[in-house]
Write a protein that binds this ligand. Structure first.
Ligand code: MBD
Ligand code: FE
Length: 282
């Protein structure tokens, strides 16, 4: 992973780490040749139409080609695709579900985080303890409201500086990541901290793409979750914080009104919020 002299993570660092992680998955899909041909025809056709409608020039075409090469060499395809494309794929999936609303996974999920019991604290550093604590509790149920004991809540999020463990070299391996097993009623209560908004790294090709069109590189503060249970459809989603900066202008277009938390700050300075998940049948 790349670090600057100050030890802070760079775009090349987080980008290529996301690429290395993804490459190891060796994904497949059973798409037929006919379906692929239809999608490819429409995808290229849409791009051809944009070129004609906007009168795209040769210098612009060549800059585009160079930029595509830079995204690949910088290892930023997972970052770029998950920020700008994934929300549309999630919208397709959402059409077939009734339970808790999903959202995009993003590039920073890591499977096999440490298993934690229903009432737990995510792994964190002393520095994290000096930021705003958050107790996130709730229940996992089926669509009829029956609690699902032994359901798995995988939770991962950025720290108060906006960095994810395993994508920023200064953080312990499993910092702010956990795989929580719900109690017999499907409940959980997880102590963690308030995450900060996430800034797309500005020093790589994804950041250059945003900057070149005077866009902003921010996502609102969020928690990532995947909730699963045998013989139920798992849900991959994100939870945001009411009033949080960038909620109305998420660069990844991944917020939904149903996914906004309203934490209450206690006299002890701890933010508490409850959120329940309902899983669709398979
Ligand atoms: C993130 O933290 C994220 O959640 C997404 C979707 C893209 C980039 C960084
Ligand atoms: Fe994220």
């Amino acid at each position: 992973m790349t670090t600057t002299e100050a030890g802070s993570p760079t775009a090349a660092g987080s980008g290529s780490a996301a690429t290395d992680k993804f490459k190891n998955e060796r994904v497949t899909s059973d798409t037929s040749p006919e379906r692929l041909a239809a999608i490819a025809k429409d995808a290229l056709g849409a791009l051809h139409k944009v070129i004609l409608d906007h009168g795209v020039t040769y210098p612009e075409y060549r800059v585009f080609k160079q930029w595509l090469i830079d995204v690949g060499e910088g290892g930023e395809w997972p970052l770029f695709l998950d920020v700008f494309i994934e929300h549309a794929v999630e919208a397709v999936l959402a059409q077939s579900r009734q339970g808790t609303k999903g959202s995009i996974e993003g590039p920073y999920y890591i499977a096999d985080a440490p298993t934690l019991s229903a009432e737990c604290e995510l792994p964190m550093r002393d520095e994290d303890r000096r930021t705003t604590p958050l107790i996130f509790s709730g229940q996992v149920s089926d669509l009829a409201g029956n609690g699902l004991g032994g359901a798995i809540v995988e939770l991962w999020h950025a720290d108060d500086d906006g960095y994810y463990s395993q994508f920023a070299p200064h953080l312990p391996e499993w910092n702010l990541r956990g795989k929580i097993v719900t109690d017999r009623d499907g409940r959980y209560s997880i102590k963690t901290i308030q995450p900060a908004p996430y800034q797309i790294p500005t020093d790589g090709p994804t950041g250059a793409f945003i900057e070149a069109q005077n866009g902003h590189p921010w996502r609102p503060a969020h928690l990532h979750v995947i909730v699963s249970y045998p013989d139920k459809r798992s849900v991959t989603t994100q939870l945001y914080f009411r009033g949080g900066e960038w909620i109305e202008s998420d660069v990844a277009m991944a917020t939904k009104p149903e996914l906004i938390l309203d934490p209450v700050t206690g006299d002890d300075g701890i933010n508490r919020v409850s959120y329940d998940f309902a899983l669709d049948p398979v």
